[in-house]
Design a protein around this ligand. Structure first.
Ligand SMILES: Cc1cc2nc3c(=O)[nH]c(=O)nc-3n(C[C@H](O)[C@H](O)[C@H](O)COP(=O)(O)OP(=O)(O)OC[C@H]3O[C@@H](n4cnc5c(N)ncnc54)[C@H](O)[C@@H]3O)c2cc1C
Length: 413
């Protein structure tokens, strides 16, 4: 029953893996483990999927990379998702007040689409349908992690499930409880954190002209603005502003908000006709120094929260999911220190590359200094005239520079 407390078989059972957090990433890992019927898996999630307070499956959209499509294919979920999302056939990057423009096309990259735009709730529904139809995965909700202790053989956790406390034991604990992860803190994993000094304001809009499956990224003096093509010819807007400007933008009425957005974005899609509810997300860079400690591993925002300018956060996390699902599927004791060290080694480089890529974009395109603005404009022109450079950027954006997990390699012809 939606939102009801699920009584886990729980106490006395040794789980193969317990996932803390059933948001975008925790639910993706659970769905990826649906075929592993011999494993005992539990997910501990604080909010029911249908709850308005559910922080992960909210009004945002995800620009999914082509690489993420391949992971959904490997999970046998692509056919359910495909008709509910919108392909990105080209990406148009421009700089307000400068001449530089760059364009990426799916035909140049020999792919059906450069990426796909999925509403978080729609993606969540597909994942939850899979998890709910999988008896060996217990969904413990609304439940919160309260305590964690580990020894050489396993991890003991205490959770609050509704009005009761439960003690559970697992061979492997996967923390997917977001950027402020309690599991990460209890396990004693260190992280680097810095404030970008910016907030992202999101809203869905309807424009005069059809988007024709073009994603627009426009750099303005107040920060980058993205228009992502959605189903029903809507666009999802992500507008990044300085923290101190966010309140003022949020306080505008719809008419003035659309006017300001129009002024910064321009008229490539004609007039902005309507806009939906706005939400604001303060942006911080969070990157864990270690991905594992003892029998605890961290994935998704618990391991890395990134600036949305490059649309990489969930895509990167899905590669964590593929590697982690593979580890759990292939080993009797996936929490063994040697195996987790292997997981760390397999994922670390990809993460570092994505951090650098995202951080460079965030710094470069949020900077108002004139020499940097000129360099940026020149960079866009260079990108437009140098196909090898453009291919490299496209490959990184599509998530195709990352090493392939076994899960994907199995799918290669
Ligand atoms: C404005 C914006 C736009 C973005 N656009 C893109 C994009 O286009 N492409 C892309 O790839 N990425 C994008 N991202 C990043 C993407 O949203 C994140 O990577 C993703 O949401 C991370 O999911 P998560 O499950 O790791 O964490 P979260 O979404 O934070 O979920 C954590 C879950 O854990 C639960 N939880 C927390 N604490 C506990 C506890 N103690 N016990 C039990 N449960 C707990 C929460 O209820 C929640 O369900 C964007 C982010 C923002 C802010």
């Amino acid at each position: 029953m939606p939102g009801a407390v699920v009584e886990g078989r729980g106490e006395g059972v040794l789980y193969d893996a317990i996932i803390i957090g059933g948001g975008m990433v925790g639910a993706s890992l659970a769905a990826a483990l649906a075929a592993q019927t011999g494993k005992r898996i539990a997910v501990v999630e604080a909010y029911a999927f249908e709850s308005q307070s559910q922080p992960s499956f909210d009004d945002r959209v995800i620009a999914m990379s082509y690489g993420s499509r391949r992971i959904f294919e490997a999970m046998n979920l692509w056919s359910q998702l495909e008709s509910l999302i919108e392909p990105i056939l080209s990406i148009h990057v421009s700089d307000r007040g400068h001449f530089g423009v760059s364009r990426l096309h799916h035909t140049e990259e020999n792919v059906e689409a450069l990426g796909y735009v999925a509403e978080n709730r729609v993606l969540g529904q597909v994942l939850m349908d899979r998890v709910r139809s999988t008896p060996h995965i217990e969904w413990l909700c609304p439940a919160q992690l309260e305590n964690l202790q580990q020894d050489e053989q396993g991890v003991d956790i205490t959770i609050r499930l509704g009005d009761t406390k439960k003690n559970l034991r697992t061979k492997l604990l996967v923390a997917a409880d977001g950027a402020t992860s309690r599991a990460r803190e209890l396990a004693g994993l260190n992280l680097q954190r810095s404030d970008y000094g910016q907030s992202a304001i999101i809203a869905n809009v309807q424009t005069e002209y059809p988007h024709q499956n073009v994603a627009y990224e426009r750099f303005t003096e107040t920060g980058p603005i993205a228009f992502l093509p959605m189903t029903q010819n809507r666009c999802s807007v992500v507008w990044t502003v300085r923290h101190d400007e966010a309140d003022a933008v949020m306080a505008l009425n719809d008419e003035n908000f659309m006017a300001q957005l129009q002024q910064r974005f321009g008229f490539r899609l004609g007039h902005i006709l309507r806009c939906g509810k706005r939400h604001v997300y303060p942006l911080a860079y969070v990157a864990a120094e270690q991905l594992t400690k003892g029998r605890v591993a961290i994935i998704g925002n618990a391991a890395h929260a990134l600036h949305p300018v490059s649309g990489q956060g969930y895509n990167l996390a899905l590669r964590d999911v593929a590697a982690m699902a593979e580890l759990i599927a292939r080993h009797e004791d996936a929490g063994h220190a040697l195996l987790l060290a292997e997981y760390h080694a397999a994922r670390y480089q990809d993460m570092q590359r994505v951090y650098r890529f995202t951080d460079t974009l965030a710094q470069l395109f949020s900077n108002r200094l004139t020499p940097l603005a000129h360099a940026r404009a020149a960079g866009l022109v260079l990108l437009d005239i140098l196909p090898p450079l453009r291919h490299l950027l496209a490959k990184q954006s599509m998530g195709l520079l990352a090493p392939m997990s076994r899960m994907l390699r199995r799918m290669q012809p």
